[in-house]
Write a protein that binds this ligand. Structure first.
Ligand SMILES: NC(=O)c1ccc[n+]([C@@H]2O[C@H](COP(=O)([O-])OP(=O)(O)OC[C@H]3O[C@@H](n4cnc5c(N)ncnc54)[C@H](O)[C@@H]3O)[C@@H](O)[C@H]2O)c1
Ligand SMILES: O=c1ccn([C@@H]2O[C@H](COP(=O)(O)OP(=O)(O)O[C@H]3O[C@H](CO)[C@@H](O)[C@H](O)[C@H]3O)[C@@H](O)[C@H]2O)c(=O)[nH]1
Length: 323
C-alpha cells in the first residue's frame, strides 16, 4: 500500500516507517522537523517537509502523494509542557489534525490510523484501563487527543473516513537503526540512560508520595516494534475502532531506574522532586480488544528487554541523530 505518514521523522513515526518499508509498503513522510530529524527518516521513504498548521502544505502534499492510507503521528506529545502551554497543544493537535483530515477528504483518502493516547483517560476508576472506561483527561495534551477522537467519529459518519485510533501507553525501546532522540528530552527512560552514558549527572524523580507501592508513578511501557505491528494490523481493518495498546504490565519510576542500572551496569544517582502537574499515578493497559479483534500480540513483555534495546541504540548513537 501507499502510506502517508505524518510525523515520520519523530520517535515512533520513524520506526513505524522502517517497519512499513520492511513489510513492502511505499511510504511518504510529512514532517516539519520541529521535533523530528531528517536522519531519522529511512532513505527508502520520500520526505516532504511541511507543516500541518499550514493548509496549503498538507493539501499539496496529499495531492502529490494520493496515498491508500494515512498514519498520523505528528503532534505535540508532552504531558508536562501541555500544562504550561495548552494553546500549543490545541492548535497543533486539533487544528493541525483537522487540516490533515480535510486534505484527505479533498483527495478521497478513506483510511486513517491515529496515534491516540492513554492520557485521554486520566486517572482510572479501575485497572487495567480498557476501552469501556470513561475518558476524563487531566492535562491539555490528553484533552486535545480526545477532542480529535471525537472529530474522527464525525468524519466517519459524514465523509465515510474509516479510522483506527490506537491509544498507546508509554512507547519505549528502539530498533538497531532508529531510536528516541528529542532535542529537549523529558521522557524517563532516555533521561536515565543519558545518566548511564555520562551525559547527565542524575535523574529526577517527579513525585515519591503517590499511592503506589514505592510512591512513584506506574506506567505501562510498550516496545516500539510492537506498536508498529499494531499499526500494520490496523491497515487491514474495514470498520472504525478505538483500541488501547500496552503490555498490561506496570513499572514504577524507581523500578525503571533499577532496571536501567542492571542493564547498563552503571549506578544512577537520583534527585527526588515534587510531583509533575498533570501526571496520573497509575496507567496500565487492558489490551484484550486489540488482541482479540486484530490478532495483535506484543513480542516484548519484559521491561529489561525493552530497556536493553533502547540502551543498545543509545550506545551506538550517543549523540542521537546528531543534528
Ligand atoms: N511517546 C509516547 O510514549 C506516546 C504515547 C502515546 C501516544 N503518543 C503519540 O504518538 C505520536 C508520536 O509521538 P513521538 O513520541 O514519536 O513524538 P515526536 O515528537 O518524537 O514526533 C512527532 C513528530 O511530529 C512532527 N510534527 C509535530 N507537529 C507537526 C506539524 N504541525 N506538522 C508536521 N510535523 C509535525 C515533529 O517534527 C516530530 O517529528 C504523537 O501523536 C503522540 O501523541 C506517543
Ligand atoms: O525525568 C523524569 C521524567 C519522567 N518522570 C516520570 O516518569 C513517568 C513517565 O514520564 P514520561 O516518560 O515523561 O512519559 P509520560 O508523561 O507518561 O508520557 C508519555 O506517555 C504517554 C502515555 O502514557 C504519552 O501519551 C505521551 O505522549 C508520552 O510523552 C511520569 O510519572 C513522570 O513524572 C520522572 O520521574 N523523571
Amino acid at each position: 500500500m501507499k502510506i502517508f505518514v505524518t510525523g515520520g521523522a519523530g520517535y515512533i513515526g520513524s520506526i513505524c516507517v522502517e517497519q512499513l518499508l520492511e513489510a513492502g509498503h511505499q511510504v511518504t513522510v510529512f514532517d516539519n522537523l520541529t521535533e523530528g530529524h531528517r536522519k531519522a527518516v529511512d532513505s527508502r521513504a520520500e520526505l516532504i517537509i511541511g507543516d500541518l498548521q499550514k493548509e496549503c502544505d498538507i493539501h499539496d502534499a496529499m495531492e502529490h502523494a494520493r496515498p491508500d492510507a494515512v498514519m498520523h503521528f505528528a503532534a505535540n506529545a508532552l504531558v508536562g509542557e501541555s500544562m504550561e502551554n495548552p494553546s500549543k497543544y490545541f492548535r497543533n493537535n486539533v487544528y493541525g489534525g483537522l487540516n490533515l483530515l480535510d486534505a484527505m477528504v479533498a483527495v478521497g483518502v478513506k483510511k486513517f490510523v491515529f496515534s491516540s493516547t492513554c492520557a485521554t483517560f486520566g486517572p482510572p476508576d479501575r485497572l487495567p484501563i480498557d476501552e469501556t472506561l470513561p475518558q476524563r483527561p487531566i492535562n491539555p495534551y490528553g484533552e486535545s487527543k480526545l477532542m480529535f477522537e471525537k472529530i474522527l467519529r464525525w468524519y466517519d459518519e459524514i465523509h465515510g473516513l474509516k479510522f483506527v485510533a490506537l491509544r498507546y501507553f508509554n512507547a519505549a525501546g528502539a530498533t538497531e537503526r532508529f531510536g528516541e532522540d528529542h532535542r529537549i528530552e523529558t521522557h524517563l527512560i532516555p533521561n536515565v540512560l543519558k545518566v548511564a552514558l555520562g551525559q547527565r549527572e542524575n535523574v529526577q524523580i517527579f513525585g515519591t508520595d503517590y499511592e503506589t507501592p514505592d510512591g512513584t508513578c506506574i506506567r505501562d511501557y510498550i516496545h516500539i516494534v510492537d506498536l508498529a505491528q499494531a499499526h500494520m494490523l490496523a491497515l487491514g481493518t474495514k470498520e472504525s475502532a478505538f483500541y488501547n495498546l500496552g503490555t498490561g504490565g506496570g513499572t514504577s519510576v524507581r523500578e525503571i531506574i533499577a532496571t536501567c542500572e542492571k542493564v547498563t551496569g552503571k549506578k544512577i544517582p537520583v534527585v527526588e522532586k515534587a510531583r509533575r502537574p498533570g501526571d496520573p499515578a497509575r496507567l496500565i493497559a487492558g489490551s484484550d480488544k486489540v488482541q482479540r479483534e486484530l490478532g495483535w500480540k506484543p513480542k516484548y513483555q519484559a521491561i529489561d528487554k525493552i530497556i536493553e534495546s533502547a540502551w543498545a541504540w543509545h550506545v551506538r548513537h550517543p549523540n542521537g541523530y546528531g543534528d
